[in-house]
Design a binder for this molecule. Structure first.
Ligand code: ZN
Length: 277
């Protein structure tokens, strides 16, 4: 008798992957794997084979030691979970051999310099500038924000001198990936007890919060580089979750190789293939 089809949702994936369920891990890679590749392509300026190694490493880390890292990720919402995954991924990219030798001399992405570039701007403009500094073209920023970056045209004028290369980007790709990855990773040390939890950011992005609740949070995010980075990161993962083309089943199978789950018989694999979008 055929087993009843399992329809995976975020909550099911999150719950069952930490129990070592192979089908849940395949669904995790199917739902979220492609977004991870896009993030590496942009923030780390990596090719697909380079990115593959980092995604593989991140999956191994997430599932290692009885799924310890996975257990520490958010179980509340998909975007919060993806925000956690993004952090692990970019950290792994920074630690990769590709960036070991890269000098960050003349670093354009010190906290001081970025704070100065953003200083005094409204939150929306800060967000757009941070996406730009992260390596995004204006076309993609428009799709992520659902708003033309032309509203921040004046703010973009601040990207002169050493930031000129990000203004002229033809594709979504950071011109100084080593320095950028160091920035997004190191900005985490600025976290204090006053920082905004990811779930509050997600609620605001989804318009579920009144102006009175929103105002103090947005004020903090606007003034805290750590929270601004997390804030744009959550928008970014939400966008790529929808927009990235899913991985092929052979890519998923290759990534499954590093995850300690019971090997699924071939007939269940074809069953999984039917569930794919
Ligand atoms: Zn903060």
């Amino acid at each position: 008798m055929k087993p009843a089809p399992v329809i995976f949702t975020f909550h099911k994936i999150r719950e069952q992957s930490e129990q070592g369920n192979g089908a849940a891990w395949r669904a995790l890679l199917d739902f979220y794997g492609a977004a991870l590749f896009r993030l590496l392509e942009i923030h780390a300026a990596m090719s697909t084979p380079e990115a593959f190694l980092i995604v593989q490493q991140t999956m191994a880390r997430l599932s290692g030691n009885k799924f310890e890292k996975l257990r520490a990720t958010s179980r509340q919402s998909e975007r919060e979970f993806l925000g956690d995954l993004r952090g692990l991924l970019l950290e792994a990219a920074l630690g990769s051999a590709a960036f070991k030798e890269t000098s960050t001399h003349g670093n354009p992405f010190t906290s001081e310099k970025i704070t100065k570039v953003l200083d005094g701007l409204p939150l929306l403009h800060k967000e757009m500038l941070l996406f730009k500094l992260g390596g995004y073209t204006e076309q993609t920023i428009e799709r992520i924000m659902r708003l033309s970056p032309r509203v921040a045209e004046k703010a973009f004028e601040r990207l002169s001198g050493e930031y000129q290369p990000v203004r002229q980007l033809q594709q979504d790709r950071n011109p100084w990936p080593a320095a950028w990855l160091a920035f997004v990773t190191q900005v985490q040390v600025l976290k204090t007890e006053h920082c905004t939890p990811a779930h509050e950011m997600v609620r605001i992005h989804d318009g579920q919060v009144s102006w009175y609740e929103k105002e103090p949070v947005e004020k903090h995010v606007s003034e805290c580089l750590r929270c601004l980075e997390a804030w744009t990161g959550l928008r970014e993962v939400g966008y790529w979750r929808r927009a990235a083309d899913p991985l092929s089943s052979s890519e998923i199978e290759r990534l499954m190789g590093v995850i300690p789950v019971e090997k699924t018989p071939a007939k269940n694999r074809s069953f999984f293939a039917r569930l794919r979008r």
